[in-house]
Design a protein around this ligand. Structure first.
Ligand SMILES: [Zn+2]
Length: 415
């Protein structure tokens, strides 16, 4: 559980603008229950040479380590002018963001830039916090949000990040100026404040309160009360895991790194009879699909050939999923990123050791959230169609590939 005591007034005093935003972002980013590997973003609005500027976290930058140079300055008047538009394609939005950049050397601004620009407060933080996003993966998420927080925390239904979502959020805040936070259904949390500390503490409060089991009449647990007993020793599991990891690596695209996690909480979850079906419903926030894919492969053990067949079937299912929901998207490697083997543990695959580590950590959080939500109600995350909208979205794919900073057409010093 996060606490609210990480803010150090001495460390923050004397900081302003992007330095202060970087300080608050690192605090938020240091708590993995709030932010995982490049997720989340933050912003601050300043006035520079008489011009209003919003400094938004660069796309894919890590909040855990970000410094002031990780933020992109954008001219707020130019972004505000876009609000009168009724719609905007992703390409138009990116071009407008690029044209609004106030520095030549700025990193590529987050695809959630408009969300920040149009939230009226000076300091704005956005996360995919486990507890907030997890709590929306339950029936009647709007009523649940109201019950947990009252009317001053807003709720917005799932819309893919970009122009439309930013507009809906801005309209919701305009309708309720007293609001201090917002829950994005099956996505995450947004808080704001006049000071960085206020916005930070609101994020902590939102996450803490969403972490309580907010129950509604009619809720029924989906998980059996007692986890099944674990059999075998850690050493036995490790030996089996080495063998399975080697087999899996042989079935994946090259290069691939496979990590094994046999943590007790993972094993206890996988030992439950309901676990396999629950994992097939997908991640609790859509962005995680970029790292774990929409679904993990669950395999109950067998020979090397059995695993190869299971991986081949997974690839076919993934290709069918892409063909159904994103037929025009560029082809991607259809191999599983997560293999779950009850009794042995979780295997995470990636093109290098960092990618495998990111996948493992994200999936461990996924298991924790699925177990918590289904302990009191039905775990109901985003459906495949909406997930495909993110998993095969070029903007997001670009982000995780970590492309080099873009150059703006605005001359240096124009801010
Ligand atoms: Zn987001």
């Amino acid at each position: 559980m996060t606490d609210g005591h990480s803010w150090d007034e001495r460390a923050a005093s004397g900081l302003s603008g992007p330095e202060l935003c970087a300080y608050a972002s690192r605090l938020i980013g240091s708590d993995p229950r709030l932010v995982l590997w490049g997720g989340g973003n933050s912003s601050v609005k300043t006035v520079s040479h008489g011009e209003r500027v919003v400094w938004v976290k660069g796309s894919g930058a890590d909040m855990k380590t970000i410094g002031p140079e990780g933020f992109s300055p954008l001219k707020l008047d130019a972004l505000d002018a876009l609000r009168s538009r009724s719609s905007m394609s992703d390409d138009e939005m990116l071009a407008a963001q690029s044209a609004a950049l106030a520095s030549e050397r700025a990193p590529r601004p987050s695809i959630e830039t408009l969300l920040h620009a149009w939230t009226p407060a000076t300091h704005v933080y956005h996360t995919h916090a486990d507890d907030v996003a997890g709590f929306t993966c339950a029936p009647k998420s709007r009523a649940r949000t109201r019950k947990a927080f009252g009317a001053d925390v807003l709720w917005v239904p799932y819309v893919r990040p970009g122009f439309d979502l930013s507009k809906r959020v801005a309209e919701a805040i305009t309708r309720r100026p007293k609001a201090w936070g917002l829950v994005l259904d099956k996505h995450g949390a947004l808080t704001w404040g006049d000071t960085a500390r206020e916005a930070y503490e609101r994020m902590i409060t939102l996450s803490r309160e969403a972490g309580r089991d907010v129950r509604l009449p009619g809720d029924r647990p989906e998980l059996s009360e007692k986890p099944a007993r674990l059999v075998g020793s850690h050493a036995q599991r490790r030996t089996a895991a080495r063998r399975i990891a080697g087999w899996l690596q042989g079935d994946l695209a090259k290069p691939s790194v496979v990590r094994w996690c046999g943590a007790p909480e993972v094993l206890r979850f996988l030992a439950r009879p309901e676990a396999a079906a629950l994992t097939q419903r997908g991640p609790f926030t859509m962005e995680h699909a970029l790292h774990t894919k929409a679904r993990p492969l669950v395999w109950r053990g067998g020979s090397k050939e059995d695993l190869s067949k299971a991986v081949a079937a997974f690839k076919r299912r993934h290709q069918a999923y892409r063909a159904a929901y994103a037929p025009k998207a560029p082809a991607v490697d259809p191999s599983p990123r997560v293999l779950l083997v009850p009794g042995i543990g979780l295997f995470a695959a990636g093109r290098d050791s960092k990618a495998a580590l990111v996948t493992e950590e994200i999936y461990r959080h996924t298991i924790e959230v699925i177990a918590r939500v289904s302990s009191f109600t039905r775990y109901s995350p985003l459906g495949l169609k909406a997930l495909a909208g993110v998993e095969f979205w070029e903007l997001e794919m670009r982000k995780i590939k970590g492309l080099a900073p873009i150059r703006s057409s605005v001359p240096a010093g124009a801010r």
